[in-house]
Design a protein around this ligand. Structure first.
Ligand code: KIV
Length: 293
């Protein structure tokens, strides 16, 4: 099976075909998302919150991202895998960005990287794309800047902020980004940006007018209760299912109902008989097993 390419993603926009993206962080989640037919897998730095238990994405390291992206690449065959560049792996200048983006491509084996910021990140996007590294942009609510933004708030609500977002999107497009994530911005603004841009927009909390959508695995499956963003729709209660299954297992172990003969392994009765006291062979084997002490 061949993987979807960035060219395929751009062509989907021209055909008016919706693009489906979902996060995944390891082999089993990537495999399920891939088998379900998603076009792109984002190994997002949301890893920090939904998998590693931090309260923001800021502590996530390059080592964390490479480790998890490798697993997601192994778990998928069809989807285009995008590795998310963590906080301070690119903000320090395009040379650092180049070194770290190259690690995503060479060590983790993904097909593209994502980074946050519009005008301020455009030079980095240009250098990476010139070097042959496809880049997905990310504007609107950019969680790596949460301390500067002052919380997880809707962005682009005033005319000035909306115009700035338009400049950000155009700067990324001109710099060569193959797609742009629009996070938590008003739906009519996202629709306007989508119409004005030649590259696909991938929305999260940006309404139905985007070219595609991205959702976080644990939000969609009901596996993360610490915080549920308003834009997330739960399609399953997998967390409740897992908790219930594990409690039933624990109860069975405690009551002796698990394991049964079905989950156990037999032994040849003749071999077992040799271990019973009374025969010289049995004594030799019991001695070997330390059972006659
Ligand atoms: O890290 C992530 O999962 C993301 C998505 C929320 C777009 O950046």
């Amino acid at each position: 099976m061949t993987r979807i390419t960035t060219t395929d993603i751009r062509e989907m926009k021209s055909r008016g075909e919706k693009i489906v993206m979902m996060t995944a962080y390891d082999y089993p989640s990537a495999r399920l998302v891939d088998e379900a037919g998603c076009d792109m897998i984002l190994v997002g730095d949301t890893l920090g919150m939904v998998v590693l238990g931090y309260d923001s994405t800021l502590p996530v390291t390059m080592e964390d991202m490479i480790h998890h992206t490798k697993a997601a690449v192994r778990g998928s065959q069809h989807a285009l895998v995008v590795g998310d560049m963590p906080f301070m792996s690119y903000q320090t200048g395009w040379q650092d960005a180049m070194v770290n983006a190259a690690r995503f491509m060479k060590e983790a084996g993904c097909q593209a990287v994502k980074l946050e910021g519009g005008v301020r990140s455009a030079e980095i996007v240009q250098k990476l794309t010139e070097a042959g590294i496809p880049v997905m942009g990310h504007i609107g609510l950019t969680p790596q800047s949460v301390n500067q933004i002052g919380g997880f708030k809707v962005q682009g609500k005033t005319p000035a902020a909306a115009v700035q977002l338009m400049h950000d999107a155009q700067a990324l497009e001109q710099a060569g980004a193959f797609a742009i994530v629009l996070e938590t911005i008003p739906a009519p603004l996202a629709e306007l940006l989508t119409q004005r841009l030649s590259v696909p927009t991938i929305g999260i909390g940006a309404g139905a007018g985007c070219d595609g959508q991205v959702q976080v695995y644990h939000d969609l499956l009901g596996m993360f209760d610490a915080f549920t963003p308003r834009h997330a729709k739960r399609y399953a209660e997998a967390g409740a299912l897992i908790r219930d299954a594990v409690s039933r297992y624990a109860a069975d172990v405690r009551s002796g109902a698990f394991p049964t003969a079905k989950e156990s392994f037999k032994m040849d009765p003749a071999a077992l008989a040799e271990l019973r006291p009374g025969t010289s062979e049995a004594m030799r084997r019991r001695h070997a097993l330390g059972l006659d002490a």
